[in-house]
Design a protein around this ligand. Structure first.
Ligand SMILES: [Zn+2]
Ligand SMILES: [Zn+2]
Length: 344
């Protein structure tokens, strides 16, 4: 089968590999669509001695059940399914507490990232993937090609938003930074599940126009952004900031506009940072900061319910799987609205 394989630093190729054999508790999924994420660009840019070299990429995938293992009773051939992002065990302390994105088996302390398709195990950018039957969610009513990005682009914002759910009151202001793959879903999830006011920040006028069309106040990135946001909030700052980019200017902006007692969620992995000083400093009192990863299966089911109800919609651009190299380049150059989906 054809796969998108990470062959050397910043380089992917279409590589032919055998169709995986399934274990009794596994399902073979025929991939209909595989999302391409900014994290994929980060993963393949970590040097020529990266242990992930040689692996099939793709942590967002959906398709149809093609074959079921002898012990599988929950799925039948032809079912449309979404492949989970975090390959959680379902049985450890964190999984049992509903914090399965922190699964102790999939994500032991110090791991670069929790075990996920395309990140240490074979990914979804292929014609087939073999997964444990409990790592699938039903997609009935959704087209698996366009639903594939829900595995990360909806899951991850859904989780970050659920960690600040109690702050999303009708009189709250939420700043969403970066209206790309994850941000455009985050914006829709906040709009669909809260009455909070949304301020969207991006460098791209087309992405700001998209945000405005979803009811957000658009603020262009730049030296005036912090002042604009403070003005919009009568000097108080934003109750919640979700930074889907994570480069230095967006981290600086997050810290500059957070309200006293507000919450920042750093989702984007752009390498920006700030120095934390335990003292009398400029950061307002009571600020809560979290570095969320992916999401729990409960977040995934909630995002799927919103998509099935038509309340959120992934904006997708299709590329043939064979054009993966071009897709990676186009994403790198930032010319994509929403999400690229590779179609085998
Ligand atoms: Zn991702
Ligand atoms: Zn677990």
């Amino acid at each position: 089968m054809r796969t998108v394989t990470y062959v050397s630093n910043n380089t992917v190729e279409i590589v032919d590999k055998p169709i995986p054999e399934i274990e009794p508790d596994e399902v073979l999924v025929k991939i209909a669509g595989a999302g391409l994420c900014h994290s994929d660009l980060h993963l393949i840019a970590m040097g020529d001695d990266n242990p992930l070299i040689g692996g099939t990429l793709g942590h967002e995938g959906a398709g149809y059940v093609h074959e079921v293992g002898s012990a599988v009773t929950t799925w039948k051939v032809g079912d449309p399914v979404l492949v989970a992002l975090v390959l959680s065990c379902g049985e450890c302390r964190e999984c049992l507490a509903g914090r399965d994105s922190q699964c102790l088996v999939a994500s032991p302390r110090g791991a670069l990232a929790p075990a996920a398709p395309g990140i240490g195990t074979p990914g979804n950018m292929a014609e087939y993937i073999a997964v444990k039957s409990h790592h699938l969610d039903p997609l009935d009513g959704l087209d698996p090609v366009d639903a594939a990005p829900l595995a990360d682009a909806a899951l991850t914002p859904m989780h970050a938003i659920n960690t600040v759910r109690d702050r999303l009151t009708g009189d709250a202001t939420v700043v969403v930074i970066g209206i790309g793959g994850l941000g455009h879903m985050g914006l829709q999830i906040i709009a669909a599940t809260s009455g909070s006011r949304i301020i969207a920040v991006d460098t791209d006028p087309a992405k700001l126009a998209y945000a405005e069309s979803h009811g957000a106040i658009a603020v262009p990135s730049g030296p005036d952004a912090a002042a604009r946001i403070l003005e919009e909030t009568d000097g108080r700052g934003a109750d919640v900031v979700i930074d889907f980019v994570g480069v230095q200017p967006t981290v600086d902006l997050s810290v500059a506009v957070i309200a006293q007692g507000g919450a920042i969620r750093f989702v984007g992995l752009g390498g920006g940072g700030f120095e934390y000083v335990a003292g009398i400093v400029e950061m307002p009192w009571g600020v809560n900061i979290e570095r969320p990863y992916g999401g729990n299966r409960s977040d995934q089911r909630e995002a799927l319910a919103l998509a099935k109800a038509g309340k959120i919609h992934v904006d997708v651009t299709h590329y043939p799987l064979d054009d993966a190299k071009r897709a990676f380049e186009d994403l790198h150059h930032g010319s994509i609205q929403g999400r690229i989906v590779l179609v085998p």
